[in-house]
Design a protein around this ligand. Structure first.
Ligand code: 1PR
Length: 569
């Protein structure tokens, strides 16, 4: 590591710093943590990956004595790359945290997406439209145009975004804009640069091979500047707008899911159930489909847009004593440069030594190990029941609220495991949200055409009386940023996603919905994307058993005209 040039990393203590550290290493550099204010003064190249809320980021910078040296560093035009909140804090203020002053380097206030035309947060892979050339996006106009207008037959390159707030382009900040992106009917800033100070709204560290290449181009040029080549980071002159005017589009995501549990020998293995039963028929051994880190790396290389780990028995164990899961996560984050979601066992609990852990403590360990999002199953059902019982009052105490407050809504996924409860007509379940089945194969055993979907706890082992619609509304109100919709009845059946259930939940909430359970062939993905507003679709069994490669799913999406992330490696 001695020969790798050093990059200083400004960690203010929240969120997943591990991914950017891994990405810097992957790009060929050596990350060094900023520990004291002096580390900022002596940095050659400084990367600031902000995560969480604008206000908490600024407060921590100030409390740790980083704000002033950071302002001086920026004023001296030394090489800097801010990411996400690390870009937003360059502005004067944010609607996210009224009254908190930003670093004030770029004029303007960060505002919230209106959510009028699209789900908020924006989570996923979107295009960028460069306005001028730069080492970050491409040194020539031709290279930059390729971002938004690719060669015939290729899909536009996409980068990973996850945020609810954005910087709109104004006359006052126009000369900073390097690239813009379009979402929710608005055009906002995707990247900025002036002199040697650059920043991105997207996450290069989570944007696959393309993101690593971009990071590498920037760090090479930034290091050259630090070593005396003053013009190495130079970007083109400020422009009035993007080279290619047509709006960018968010991709529908393809997610590979790894259900992980200890087998009878005590090793963490990837397993897969049929309707949540993961043992060989007749109550035999836990099915073993491979090693979690190896599979994750394979899916990353094959083009998965996201990988999800569910520790499916964590509800009955002590989640943090499951050290192997943290190791799995660390290994996965070093191998896969796309978003990682981790779920299982996120709740308050007391360990065997009598120490109490909050769900926030448990989540914090997962984030530190490399998770980008955490997913809550059983505890979200409890939180939703409490929310309804109190007439819709938020106490601030639920796991969803606790984690969203520190890490932001976009980092909190609720994973629901519903099971159908058939009824002959909606009147038979007057206090439930009943869904009409549109496909005969989903009719009940007595030909019932209606069902409500009961949320279960502990992966189908326990009922709740709560219907999925009520759960979804409660969890959104409590601050969840995404809804992962499994279905016990369809799990492992390969008959397609339950479009009635998914469609119903897409209509119930304004946050992104991830369809899960039942994928059997590539057409099931294009079907769920063309017939519902689901933003992502997840599969497990068909990928693990190599029945369907991820590239075949992407090929089908291309053929069906569904916006997706192509092969940009
Ligand atoms: O309740 O917060 O501890 O979280 C436990 C998590 O583990 C939940 O997210 C729950 O969905 C999951 N889980 C619990 N038991 C099981 C099980 O299978 N016995 N797995 C389980 C969930 C469903 C999906 C599966 C899709 C796609 N499995 O993860 O990947 O159904 O499968 P397919 O493509 O093969 O049809 P907590």
């Amino acid at each position: 590591a001695g020969e790798m040039p050093e990059v200083s990393l400004l960690d203010y203590g929240a969120g997943n710093i591990q991914s950017i550290r891994n990405a810097i290493v992957k790009a060929g550099f050596s990350p060094k943590d900023v520990v004291t204010p002096d580390d900022i003064r002596t940095a050659k190249v400084l990367v600031f990956p902000g995560v969480g809320a604008f206000g908490s980021a600024m407060e921590t910078l100030t409390a740790r004595g980083f704000a002033e040296p950071l302002k001086e560093y920026l004023a001296a035009d030394r090489p800097f790359l801010g990411i996400c909140i690390g870009m937003q804090t360059l502005f004067e203020a944010s609607e996210e945290s009224p009254g908190v002053a930003g670093l004030g380097v770029i004029p303007g206030t960060i505002t919230r997406f209106k959510g009028a035309m699209a789900a908020v947060p924006q989570i996923g892979w979107n295009g960028v439209s460069p306005w001028r050339a730069s080492p970050l996006l491409g040194d020539s106009e031709e290279a930059c145009r390729a971002w938004s207008a690719p060669a015939a037959g290729a899909s536009p390159s996409k980068l990973y975004f996850v945020h609810s707030f954005r910087a709109e382009v104004t006359d006052a900040n126009r000369d900073w804009v390097l690239a813009s992106t379009d979402y929710d009917g608005s055009r906002f800033i995707a990247a900025v640069q002036r002199g040697n100070v650059a920043a991105t709204q997207f996450h290069p560290e989570k944007s696959g091979a393309l993101g690593i290449a971009l990071l590498r181009r920037f760090l090479v040029a930034a290091t050259a500047v630090a070593n005396g080549d003053a013009g190495a980071l130079k970007a083109g002159a400020p422009a009035a707008g993007p080279w290619v005017a047509s709006p960018t589009r968010l991709a529908r995501r393809v997610v590979a899911c790894l259900d992980v549990r200890s087998n009878d020998a005590g090793d963490l293995v990837v397993t897969k159930g049929d309707q949540y039963d993961v043992r060989e028929s007749g109550g035999g051994a836990v099915r073993n489909l491979g090693k979690p880190v190896e599979l994750c790396q394979r899916y990353y290389e094959e083009g998965a847009d996201e990988v999800c780990f569910l520790n499916i028995t964590a509800f009955r164990e002590m989640p943090l004593e499951e050290q192997p899961m943290l190791e799995v996560l660390a290994g996965a984050a070093a191998a896969a440069f796309v978003p990682l979601t981790v779920g299982g066992g996120i709740r308050d609990y007391t360990d065997s030594a009598g120490k109490h852990w909050t769900s926030l403590d448990v989540a914090a360990r997962y984030f530190r190990a490399g998770a980008d999002k955490i997913s809550v199953g059983s505890d979200a059902v409890r939180a939703a029941l409490a929310w309804h019982a109190s007439g819709g009052k938020a106490t601030g105490a639920s796991c969803i609220e606790q984690i969203a407050r520190v890490y932001g809504s976009q980092a909190v996924v609720v994973s629901v495991d519903p099971r159908r409860v058939y009824v002959a007509s909606p009147e038979d379940a007057p206090d439930k949200h009943v869904v009409e089945m549109t496909e005969p194969r989903r009719f009940g055993p007595a030909g019932e055409r209606y069902a409500w979907y009961e949320c279960t706890l502990s992966g189908g082992r326990e009922g709740s009386g709560l219907d999925t619609n009520a759960l979804a509304r409660a969890c959104e109100a409590l601050g969840a940023g995404e809804l992962l919709v499994n279905c016990v009845d369809e799990d492992g059946q390969k008959q397609g996603f339950d479009l009635d259930l998914i469609g119903d939940l897409c209509a119930a909430v304004g946050i992104p919905v991830v369809a899960s359970s039942g994928a059997g062939k590539p057409q099931h993905f294009s079907e769920v994307f063309s017939r519902t507003r689901a933003e992502a679709a997840l599969a497990a069994g068909i990928f693990h058993r190599r029945e369907v490669p991820i590239s075949a799913v992407k090929g089908e999406l291309a053929a069906a005209g569904v916006e997706h992330r192509g092969d940009d490696a």
